[in-house]
Design a protein around this ligand. Structure first.
Ligand SMILES: [Zn+2]
Length: 238
């Protein structure tokens, strides 16, 4: 999206929780329409069967990137992907991941929706979690101080969910997160590659999405008519 301009409009459709006929609070945002410089931008909530929900555009394309760039937002990369002198073994070695400097206890977040494939001690990696994602992608999070409470193998995690905490277990010289991104079990540079797009809806899901979006769009349309009426009245009152 570009800049917000004067005359832009937005309309939001959200759930209201009711108890005995009285509203008790607002729930999820279901649909948003934003008119930016005369162009309609739309986002609709949709949860494909058996998957986490998210926001989709008018063509049924997910608005979420499949992977976050970093498992710890707003942190410093202390060691990049590629060959380097190993800080402990003092030899040139391939660094198959990225190190993020962060104090012990900093939450580590799943970079994409996935399933816990491994959780436990893994030699030099120390306390480690491996997540399995679609398209033969796995992510690995090493040297943790502890894992998220109750997290176990086979659990489904959502993008952005806290899975563990930064530490210095295994072969580590200080607290940091060692993060690996593997495609077909081959490590790649997560900062270097073009990230895969979010999973696209299949035909059946897309039909379900369109069917669900239709009445919401009608409701937003009614709001739009009221907005037009309102702005006409304002002009008339000047
Ligand atoms: Zn590392």
């Amino acid at each position: 999206m570009r800049d917000i301009r004067k005359g832009d409009q937005f309309r939001v459709l959200y759930e209201t929780r009711m108890h005995e006929g009285r509203p008790t609070g607002s729930g999820r945002v279901l649909a948003v329409q934003y008119i930016n410089d005369g162009k309609l931008i739309e986002a609709m909530w949709f949860a494909p069967e058996g998957q986490n929900g998210g926001y989709y555009d008018k063509d049924g394309k997910s608005l979420k990137a499949a992977f976050l760039r970093s498992a710890i937002p707003f942190t410093r990369v202390s060691s990049t992907f590629g060959k380097r002198m190993h800080p402990i073994h003092k030899r040139w070695k391939m660094h198959a991941g990225i190190d993020f400097a962060a104090p012990t206890g900093t939450p580590i977040r799943a970079t994409g929706d996935g399933i816990v494939d491994f959780i436990g001690n893994k030699g030099g990696y120390g306390k480690t979690i491996v997540l399995r994602h679609p398209n033969n992608i796995t992510t690995l999070f090493a040297h943790q101080s502890r894992f998220a409470k109750g997290l176990k193998r086979g659990d489904r995690v959502a993008q952005g969910e806290i899975i563990g905490y930064v530490g210095s277990t295994g072969w580590s010289t200080g607290p940091h997160l060692h993060y690996e991104f593997r495609v077909n079990d081959k490590p790649v540079d997560p900062l270097g590659i073009k990230m895969p797009e979010a999973v696209v809806l299949d035909n059946k899901q897309r039909e379900q999405f369109y069917a669900q979006a239709l009445p919401w769009r009608d409701q937003l349309e009614r709001i739009a008519e009221l907005q037009d009426l309102d702005s006409n009245l304002q002009v008339a009152g000047r």
